[in-house]
Design a protein. Structure first.
Ligand code: SF4
Ligand code: FES
Length: 253
């Protein structure tokens, strides 16, 4: 098994303990090891209707080791695999590059912070659209209030497409996540989203090679991404719906 310390780790991220990892199987589900908590994460809007916070919903049992999570989009028992991938029409092939995300990112320079942006990883969750869009906000953020708004939007980007730096300290702002997985639901556009893998859980491709370890990663679960195993936002255009009822809790972050 690959040791986490031998793998590239994105700046600002930290590897989860090695018992946590996800194996992408060649033509079936994700095998999730280490029993990380698995909960619905429901995207909730602010007053202007932009994505703003997550609310925890249904909790799923992950006491088996490994747990098999559907990645073809066809299971009748989502988020778990029920074997439907064997007869489904989908292409399981991984197409994502192993290039570190930040190497392929564009930097947007502001007076106090820099925003790195790698569009390929966008999960279309739209936290970046609020209050005039993050790409504009970062270019004028000077006061603590303006900086907090940019930090809020970048930190809620589930895929880690957006990574934010403080210029003075040269430190990355990353939300401190425990190893855990979210099942994203996006009722604002009536779709179900990707698996949101948090806290530096290692993801091993079907060929045995692991991807860069990152604090925030979104994995395709509709089966249609063109950047597999990662989400590229296609679930929105194909109206992916996992059929799991939304059970909203009270917890926001
Ligand atoms: S994944 Fe990140 S960049 Fe893409 S829409 Fe969501 S918040 Fe914006
Ligand atoms: S991956 Fe097995 S049913 Fe979807």
């Amino acid at each position: 098994m690959t040791k986490n310390e031998e793998l590239p780790i994105e700046e600002g991220s930290k590897a989860a303990p090695e018992r946590f990892y996800i194996k992408v199987t060649p033509d079936g589900p994700y095998f999730v090891y280490g029993n990380p908590p698995l909960d619905q994460e429901i995207i909730m809007p602010n007053e202007e209707g932009s994505s703003w916070v997550y609310q925890k919903g249904k909790h799923f049992d992950t006491s088996e080791n490994p747990v098999h999570l559907c990645r073809c989009g066809h299971s009748k028992h989502k988020p778990f695999c029920d074997g439907s991938h064997k007869h489904a029409d989908w292409d399981p092939k991984e197409t994502a590059s192993h290039q570190p995300l930040l190497e392929g990112a564009e930097d947007i320079d502001g007076p106090t912070m820099v925003l790195a942006d790698n569009e390929k990883y966008c999960a279309f969750a739209r936290f970046c659209d609020a209050c005039g869009r993050i790409w504009n906000l970062v270019q004028k953020a000077e006061t603590e209030e303006e900086r907090e708004l940019v930090r809020h939007e970048a930190g809620h980007c589930p895929s880690g497409r957006l990574v934010l730096w403080d210029k003075q300290t040269a430190k990355v702002f990353e939300p401190p996540f425990e190893p855990s997985i979210g099942v994203i639901e996006d009722p604002g556009i009536k779709v179900s989203g990707p698996l949101w893998v948090r806290g530096g859980i290692r993801i091993e491709g079907a060929d045995g090679r692991s991807y860069e370890i990152r604090n925030r990663v979104t994995l395709c679960r509709c089966g249609q991404s063109s950047n597999k195993p990662f989400c590229d936002g296609t679930h929105a255009s194909m109206h992916f719906n996992d059929g799991i009822p939304l059970e909203k809790g009270n917890e926001e972050w």
